[in-house]
Design a protein around this ligand. Structure first.
Ligand code: NAD
Length: 255
Protein backbone atom coordinates (compact mmCIF):
# COMPACT_ATOMS: atom_id res chain seq x y z
CA UNK A 1 0.00 0.00 0.00
CA UNK A 2 1.88 3.03 -1.28
CA UNK A 3 -0.41 5.72 0.17
CA UNK A 4 -1.24 4.18 3.54
CA UNK A 5 -2.13 6.83 6.12
CA UNK A 6 -2.28 9.65 3.55
CA UNK A 7 -5.23 11.97 2.96
CA UNK A 8 -5.95 12.97 -0.62
CA UNK A 9 -8.41 15.35 -2.25
CA UNK A 10 -9.34 14.77 -5.89
CA UNK A 11 -11.44 17.45 -7.61
CA UNK A 12 -14.09 16.42 -10.11
CA UNK A 13 -13.75 12.85 -8.84
CA UNK A 14 -17.27 11.68 -9.64
CA UNK A 15 -16.42 10.71 -13.21
CA UNK A 16 -13.66 9.82 -15.65
CA UNK A 17 -10.01 10.31 -14.79
CA UNK A 18 -10.80 11.84 -11.38
CA UNK A 19 -12.85 8.82 -10.39
CA UNK A 20 -10.08 6.45 -11.51
CA UNK A 21 -7.53 8.41 -9.45
CA UNK A 22 -9.78 8.42 -6.37
CA UNK A 23 -10.23 4.64 -6.63
CA UNK A 24 -6.52 3.99 -7.22
CA UNK A 25 -5.57 6.17 -4.22
CA UNK A 26 -8.09 4.35 -2.01
CA UNK A 27 -6.72 0.99 -3.20
CA UNK A 28 -3.26 2.16 -2.06
CA UNK A 29 -4.60 2.98 1.41
CA UNK A 30 -5.32 6.72 1.22
CA UNK A 31 -8.40 8.36 2.72
CA UNK A 32 -9.97 10.12 -0.24
CA UNK A 33 -12.09 13.26 -0.44
CA UNK A 34 -14.24 13.07 -3.56
CA UNK A 35 -14.95 16.62 -4.71
CA UNK A 36 -17.84 17.15 -7.13
CA UNK A 37 -20.18 19.85 -8.42
CA UNK A 38 -23.95 19.66 -8.62
CA UNK A 39 -26.10 16.83 -7.37
CA UNK A 40 -24.64 14.46 -4.75
CA UNK A 41 -25.52 11.54 -7.04
CA UNK A 42 -22.51 12.58 -9.22
CA UNK A 43 -20.16 11.34 -6.49
CA UNK A 44 -22.14 8.28 -5.42
CA UNK A 45 -20.52 5.73 -7.72
CA UNK A 46 -16.99 6.72 -6.66
CA UNK A 47 -17.91 6.74 -2.96
CA UNK A 48 -19.70 3.38 -3.20
CA UNK A 49 -16.76 1.77 -5.00
CA UNK A 50 -14.34 3.03 -2.33
CA UNK A 51 -16.46 1.70 0.51
CA UNK A 52 -16.85 -1.62 -1.35
CA UNK A 53 -13.05 -2.00 -1.23
CA UNK A 54 -13.06 -1.14 2.49
CA UNK A 55 -11.58 2.33 1.97
CA UNK A 56 -12.31 5.63 3.69
CA UNK A 57 -13.85 8.47 1.71
CA UNK A 58 -15.92 11.62 1.97
CA UNK A 59 -17.95 13.37 -0.71
CA UNK A 60 -17.77 17.19 -0.71
CA UNK A 61 -19.64 19.47 -3.09
CA UNK A 62 -17.28 22.31 -4.00
CA UNK A 63 -16.96 24.33 -7.17
CA UNK A 64 -13.20 24.76 -7.64
CA UNK A 65 -13.68 28.25 -9.10
CA UNK A 66 -15.33 29.51 -5.90
CA UNK A 67 -12.83 30.55 -3.16
CA UNK A 68 -15.30 30.01 -0.29
CA UNK A 69 -16.21 26.54 -1.51
CA UNK A 70 -12.53 25.65 -1.94
CA UNK A 71 -11.80 26.73 1.64
CA UNK A 72 -14.76 24.67 2.82
CA UNK A 73 -13.37 21.69 0.89
CA UNK A 74 -10.10 21.95 2.86
CA UNK A 75 -11.94 22.48 6.17
CA UNK A 76 -14.16 19.43 5.62
CA UNK A 77 -11.12 17.36 4.67
CA UNK A 78 -9.41 18.33 7.94
CA UNK A 79 -12.59 17.75 9.97
CA UNK A 80 -12.92 14.22 8.55
CA UNK A 81 -9.30 13.06 8.32
CA UNK A 82 -7.22 15.58 10.33
CA UNK A 83 -4.69 16.49 7.62
CA UNK A 84 -4.06 16.94 3.91
CA UNK A 85 -1.17 15.24 2.10
CA UNK A 86 -2.13 15.06 -1.58
CA UNK A 87 -4.22 17.42 -3.71
CA UNK A 88 -5.19 16.55 -7.30
CA UNK A 89 -6.50 19.35 -9.53
CA UNK A 90 -8.47 17.21 -11.93
CA UNK A 91 -11.69 19.20 -12.50
CA UNK A 92 -11.83 20.54 -16.03
CA UNK A 93 -14.23 21.59 -18.75
CA UNK A 94 -13.98 22.33 -22.46
CA UNK A 95 -16.22 23.84 -25.11
CA UNK A 96 -15.49 24.11 -28.81
CA UNK A 97 -15.96 27.29 -30.86
CA UNK A 98 -14.01 28.76 -33.75
CA UNK A 99 -11.63 31.31 -32.25
CA UNK A 100 -13.23 34.24 -34.07
CA UNK A 101 -16.64 33.28 -32.63
CA UNK A 102 -15.44 32.33 -29.14
CA UNK A 103 -17.95 33.85 -26.67
CA UNK A 104 -16.31 35.80 -23.85
CA UNK A 105 -18.56 34.21 -21.22
CA UNK A 106 -17.50 30.69 -22.31
CA UNK A 107 -13.84 31.74 -22.21
CA UNK A 108 -14.32 33.14 -18.71
CA UNK A 109 -16.11 30.00 -17.48
CA UNK A 110 -13.35 27.69 -18.75
CA UNK A 111 -10.57 29.91 -17.35
CA UNK A 112 -12.42 30.07 -14.00
CA UNK A 113 -12.68 26.28 -13.63
CA UNK A 114 -9.50 25.02 -15.32
CA UNK A 115 -6.98 27.70 -14.35
CA UNK A 116 -8.34 29.84 -11.51
CA UNK A 117 -9.64 26.62 -9.94
CA UNK A 118 -6.13 25.12 -9.98
CA UNK A 119 -4.74 28.37 -8.53
CA UNK A 120 -7.29 28.53 -5.69
CA UNK A 121 -7.03 24.84 -4.81
CA UNK A 122 -3.23 24.70 -5.00
CA UNK A 123 -2.94 27.83 -2.85
CA UNK A 124 -5.36 26.52 -0.20
CA UNK A 125 -3.66 23.09 -0.24
CA UNK A 126 -0.14 24.55 -0.05
CA UNK A 127 -1.07 26.79 2.91
CA UNK A 128 -2.35 23.76 4.79
CA UNK A 129 0.64 21.56 3.84
CA UNK A 130 3.11 24.27 4.92
CA UNK A 131 1.28 24.63 8.26
CA UNK A 132 1.50 20.85 8.78
CA UNK A 133 5.23 20.92 8.03
CA UNK A 134 5.49 17.43 6.58
CA UNK A 135 5.62 18.11 2.83
CA UNK A 136 2.95 17.23 0.33
CA UNK A 137 1.97 16.54 -3.24
CA UNK A 138 0.09 18.72 -5.72
CA UNK A 139 -0.79 17.05 -9.01
CA UNK A 140 -2.56 18.81 -11.89
CA UNK A 141 -4.34 16.90 -14.61
CA UNK A 142 -3.27 19.02 -17.53
CA UNK A 143 -3.28 17.75 -21.14
CA UNK A 144 -1.08 17.26 -24.18
CA UNK A 145 -2.78 20.54 -25.11
CA UNK A 146 -0.58 22.41 -22.66
CA UNK A 147 1.91 21.99 -25.51
CA UNK A 148 0.01 20.95 -28.64
CA UNK A 149 -2.39 23.30 -30.45
CA UNK A 150 -6.06 22.32 -30.20
CA UNK A 151 -8.04 24.08 -32.93
CA UNK A 152 -11.57 25.15 -31.83
CA UNK A 153 -10.44 24.94 -28.20
CA UNK A 154 -8.59 28.22 -27.63
CA UNK A 155 -9.87 28.56 -24.07
CA UNK A 156 -9.08 24.98 -23.06
CA UNK A 157 -5.56 25.09 -24.56
CA UNK A 158 -4.84 28.47 -22.97
CA UNK A 159 -5.82 27.13 -19.54
CA UNK A 160 -3.73 23.99 -19.94
CA UNK A 161 -0.75 26.11 -21.04
CA UNK A 162 -1.39 28.31 -18.02
CA UNK A 163 -1.37 25.31 -15.71
CA UNK A 164 2.05 24.37 -17.07
CA UNK A 165 3.61 27.65 -15.92
CA UNK A 166 1.61 27.72 -12.69
CA UNK A 167 3.00 24.26 -11.90
CA UNK A 168 6.60 25.16 -12.85
CA UNK A 169 6.54 28.36 -10.82
CA UNK A 170 4.95 27.04 -7.65
CA UNK A 171 7.08 23.88 -7.79
CA UNK A 172 10.10 26.13 -7.24
CA UNK A 173 8.38 28.17 -4.52
CA UNK A 174 7.12 25.12 -2.63
CA UNK A 175 10.19 22.88 -2.98
CA UNK A 176 11.79 24.16 0.26
CA UNK A 177 8.69 22.86 2.05
CA UNK A 178 9.13 19.40 0.47
CA UNK A 179 5.90 19.90 -1.44
CA UNK A 180 6.17 18.55 -4.98
CA UNK A 181 4.09 19.94 -7.83
CA UNK A 182 3.71 18.05 -11.10
CA UNK A 183 1.40 17.88 -14.10
CA UNK A 184 0.06 14.79 -15.76
CA UNK A 185 -0.55 15.47 -19.45
CA UNK A 186 -2.95 12.85 -20.82
CA UNK A 187 -3.53 12.35 -24.54
CA UNK A 188 -6.83 10.83 -25.67
CA UNK A 189 -8.35 9.07 -22.67
CA UNK A 190 -11.86 7.75 -23.10
CA UNK A 191 -14.12 9.51 -20.53
CA UNK A 192 -17.40 11.49 -20.42
CA UNK A 193 -15.55 14.62 -21.64
CA UNK A 194 -15.29 12.85 -25.04
CA UNK A 195 -19.04 12.28 -25.45
CA UNK A 196 -19.01 13.95 -28.89
CA UNK A 197 -16.82 11.13 -30.24
CA UNK A 198 -19.29 8.37 -29.32
CA UNK A 199 -21.68 9.40 -32.05
CA UNK A 200 -19.04 10.36 -34.61
CA UNK A 201 -17.16 7.37 -36.08
CA UNK A 202 -15.16 9.57 -38.46
CA UNK A 203 -13.90 11.75 -35.60
CA UNK A 204 -12.96 8.59 -33.69
CA UNK A 205 -10.96 7.31 -36.70
CA UNK A 206 -9.22 10.67 -37.03
CA UNK A 207 -8.20 10.60 -33.37
CA UNK A 208 -6.95 7.01 -33.58
CA UNK A 209 -4.88 7.92 -36.65
CA UNK A 210 -3.02 10.47 -34.50
CA UNK A 211 -2.10 7.95 -31.79
CA UNK A 212 0.99 5.82 -32.60
CA UNK A 213 -0.23 3.11 -30.22
CA UNK A 214 -3.52 2.98 -32.14
CA UNK A 215 -5.86 3.05 -29.14
CA UNK A 216 -7.39 5.38 -26.58
CA UNK A 217 -5.83 5.48 -23.15
CA UNK A 218 -7.70 4.32 -20.08
CA UNK A 219 -8.45 6.46 -17.00
CA UNK A 220 -6.90 3.67 -14.89
CA UNK A 221 -3.58 4.10 -16.72
CA UNK A 222 -3.55 7.81 -15.85
CA UNK A 223 -4.41 6.92 -12.25
CA UNK A 224 -1.34 4.67 -11.91
CA UNK A 225 0.89 7.61 -12.86
CA UNK A 226 -0.93 9.75 -10.28
CA UNK A 227 -0.29 7.08 -7.61
CA UNK A 228 3.42 7.17 -8.42
CA UNK A 229 3.60 10.98 -8.26
CA UNK A 230 1.64 10.97 -4.98
CA UNK A 231 3.85 8.32 -3.39
CA UNK A 232 7.09 8.54 -1.38
CA UNK A 233 8.86 7.06 -4.43
CA UNK A 234 8.39 10.41 -6.20
CA UNK A 235 9.76 12.59 -3.36
CA UNK A 236 12.43 14.12 -5.65
CA UNK A 237 10.18 14.52 -8.72
CA UNK A 238 8.91 18.08 -9.06
CA UNK A 239 8.29 20.81 -11.61
CA UNK A 240 7.59 18.62 -14.63
CA UNK A 241 4.76 17.54 -16.87
CA UNK A 242 4.53 13.77 -17.28
CA UNK A 243 2.80 12.98 -20.55
CA UNK A 244 0.77 9.79 -20.95
CA UNK A 245 -0.49 9.71 -24.51
CA UNK A 246 0.52 6.57 -26.45
CA UNK A 247 3.07 8.69 -28.34
CA UNK A 248 0.49 11.23 -29.59
CA UNK A 249 2.51 14.34 -28.73
CA UNK A 250 5.67 13.07 -30.43
CA UNK A 251 3.66 12.11 -33.52
CA UNK A 252 2.20 15.59 -34.01
CA UNK A 253 3.02 16.93 -37.43
CA UNK A 254 4.56 13.68 -38.69
CA UNK A 255 1.56 12.80 -40.89
P1 NAD B 1 -14.93 14.42 -17.07
O1 NAD B 1 -15.84 15.40 -17.74
O2 NAD B 1 -15.44 13.08 -16.73
O3 NAD B 1 -14.29 15.03 -15.75
C1 NAD B 1 -14.33 16.37 -15.37
C2 NAD B 1 -14.90 16.43 -13.97
O4 NAD B 1 -14.77 17.78 -13.48
C3 NAD B 1 -16.40 16.09 -13.93
O5 NAD B 1 -16.65 15.18 -12.88
C4 NAD B 1 -17.06 17.43 -13.64
O6 NAD B 1 -18.27 17.31 -12.91
C5 NAD B 1 -15.98 18.10 -12.81
N1 NAD B 1 -16.12 19.56 -12.77
C6 NAD B 1 -16.48 20.39 -13.77
N2 NAD B 1 -16.52 21.65 -13.32
C7 NAD B 1 -16.17 21.61 -12.00
C8 NAD B 1 -16.05 22.60 -11.01
N3 NAD B 1 -16.30 23.89 -11.26
N4 NAD B 1 -15.68 22.21 -9.75
C9 NAD B 1 -15.45 20.91 -9.47
N5 NAD B 1 -15.56 19.92 -10.39
C10 NAD B 1 -15.92 20.28 -11.65
O7 NAD B 1 -13.67 14.29 -18.05
P2 NAD B 1 -12.22 13.70 -17.79
O8 NAD B 1 -11.70 13.32 -19.13
O9 NAD B 1 -12.19 12.70 -16.71
O10 NAD B 1 -11.42 15.02 -17.37
C11 NAD B 1 -10.64 15.12 -16.20
C12 NAD B 1 -9.45 16.02 -16.46
O11 NAD B 1 -8.61 15.40 -17.43
C13 NAD B 1 -9.83 17.39 -17.04
O12 NAD B 1 -9.03 18.39 -16.44
C14 NAD B 1 -9.47 17.24 -18.50
O13 NAD B 1 -9.14 18.46 -19.11
C15 NAD B 1 -8.27 16.33 -18.42
N6 NAD B 1 -7.94 15.62 -19.65
C16 NAD B 1 -8.79 14.70 -20.19
C17 NAD B 1 -8.43 14.06 -21.37
C18 NAD B 1 -9.31 13.03 -22.01
O14 NAD B 1 -9.01 12.62 -23.14
N7 NAD B 1 -10.36 12.57 -21.38
C19 NAD B 1 -7.23 14.37 -21.99
C20 NAD B 1 -6.40 15.31 -21.43
C21 NAD B 1 -6.76 15.93 -20.25
Amino acid sequence: MRLQGKTAVVTGAGTGIGQAIALAFAKEGASVVVDYVGNASVAEETLNKISAMGGKSLGVAADVSNPDQVNRLIQQTLAAFGKLDIFVNNAGIEKKFAFVDYPLEEWQKIVAVNLTGAFLCSQAAARQMIAQGSGGRIINISSIHEDLAFPLNAAYSATKGGIRMLMRTIAVELAPHQITVNNIGPGAIYTPIDKDVESDAKLNDRILAEIPMGRWGKPEEVALLAVYLASEDAAYVTGSTHFIDGGMLRNAGSL
